[in-house]
Structures are given as structure tokens and as C-alpha cells.
Design a protein around this ligand. Sequence first.
Ligand SMILES: [Zn+2]
Length: 354
Amino acid sequence: MELAELQTQLAEISRQAQAAAQQAATIDALRGAESKISKGPLAELLKSIKSFPAEQRGPAGQAINQTKKAVEELFAAAQARLRDAELTGVKKLAADFDPTLPPPSVPRGSLHPVTIVQREVERVFVGLGFSVVGGPEMETEYFNFEALNIPADHPARDTQDTFWLTNGWLLRTHTSPCQVRAMQRFGPPLRVIAPGRCFRYESIDASHENTFFQIEGLLIDKDISIAHLIAFMKLALREVFHREPTIRLRPGFFPFVEPGFELDMRCEICGGSGCPTCKRSGWVEVMPCGMVHPNVLRHGNIDPHEYTGFAFGLGLTRLAMMKYGVSDIRVLNSGDLRGIVNPQRLAGRTIRAG
Ligand SMILES: [Zn+2]
């Protein structure tokens, strides 16, 4: 190689180094570019000194070392510039930071639709003089069935199959056991509601789940009649739905009431035209109710000749579905938030029930 050619190559290396130093945006990138040049073309040139005529080796080596030094200085300067810029950035951030400002808002989610409906119903009934009571989800056979006039051989047990525990207890099939517990504990006169989780051994579909929420109500006093029951139910539904719902009352059989009724409400999902949620009937059962059976009063240590009362159950899960237009009950127990946390549905939607 000739000295002239070496000079051309060194000039090219300097140009590349300058370009690389300018382009690098981080110190790591700078280091990478520098090592690429010094270990690449510069190292090659140093090796090639042997190929120069003996008298040119000295000047060639000098020229290469000069360029090498220049490249090193170039990258060192570029590194210093980047460090300064970073420091200035940090200082600027510190100057811009205002510790008195409130933190950025974090989305917090919302209550579960069933919880919202439960609280609404509680508010309505507390306003009517009811107390809210609770009870165990793991119940004895006595409180879940026998005390509610459902002896062991009663066919009603077949429709309420549940999860039995090895100790002979069961997961309650309704919140009705709370009725008997409340009667035994508080005595008459009595106005209680018992919201809570219930369990059934169900085949699961759009309107049946093995786990759901109910609210149970019980009113015991002297001279309570079906007229009181109907008036209370109408008032309660109107309060919950914020308007007069379209309802129908038909005879229904429940062992713990006599007479018993099935209160249906026009399906909110389809408006009465029929859909899977209402089993294509246009009506959804929302409230089984009736006058408390004398046997149940006796189990609650209350004299049926002196006191009468009515009881009702309200499917909170079903009510939440109606209210928020959730067409599949399974969504409510799933972790899929799309079906239930829908701000447009939750934000102040008025219920159209008629
Ligand atoms: Zn429907």
C-alpha cells in the first residue's frame, strides 16, 4: 500500500467516525460505534503496516495513530455532550415537577351490578322499616328445609338439590333459613330482609347458575293479609325500578307459604317479545311470595293464631340482569368485565319496566 492511499482510507475512517458520533443518541450507542471503528478498519490498517516499504512504515504508523487518537477524542467529546444533555433533562424534569399537584387519576372500577342492586333494595326496605339480617351460607338441613315446612320426603327437595357437605350440612339453596333464624332470635312483630348468596345443583345456561344472589323478606305482625303483601310488593318494585313495572301475580306453590304466589315481571331484555333469558315467554319470575305457613311460624316459636305474616324472595342476580341488560347470567360470576362493567349501562340508566 502507498502512503497516499493510506491517507485516503484514514480520511474516510474519520468521516465515518464523525457521522457515527453525531447519529448516536445514547452513550451505549456511542461506545458501540467507537469499538466498531477501532476494532474494524483502524485495526486492519495497523496490521497492514508490514506491507509498506521499510522507510514508509514509520510515517504510516504515525498517520494511523493520529487518526486513532482523533477518533477517540471525537467519541469522548460526543459522550460528554450526551451526559450533559441527560443531566439537563433531569434538572428540567425536577424543575417542572410540582409536588402540590394531585396525582394522575387511576381508574378504580365499580361495584358489581349485583352489589349495586342489593344496596338499592336494602335502601328501599330499610325505608319501609325492615332490618337487614344475615345468615350462614353453610346451613343445616333443619334450617334450609325442615323448619321451612319441607320435610325429608317432600318432593320440593328435588327441585332444590344442592351441594352437600361431608358433615351432613349443605350450601343453602335460598336465604329463607334466615327467616326462621330471625323469628327465633327476635320474635314478633318482625320486619327483616336477608340478602345473600345461594347455591343450587343446576345445569348451567343463560338463566341458571349454581351460585346466585337472593334477598328474602319477612314481615310478621297481627292482622297481616294478602292485601298488605300485594301493596308492599308493588311499592318495593316501583322503588327499585323507579317506575311502575308491568307485573303479573299467579298462584305458585312454595312449601313455606300458604297461599303462595309467583310474581312475574315483563322481561327487560326483550320487552316481552321472548328471548332465552325469559325462556321465550316474555315474563321473568322475580318474586315468589306468599303468606307465611303456620308450620314455619311454629318453627320460629311464633303462635300462628296470634300472628300472621308474609314472605317474599327476590332474585338479586336476576334483578341485576334485568336492570343492566345482562342477557347471560354466567357473565355475572365470570371474570370477564366486558359484560358487566359497561359504563354506559351502569351510568344512570333508567329502568323501563312496562
Ligand atoms: Zn325476554
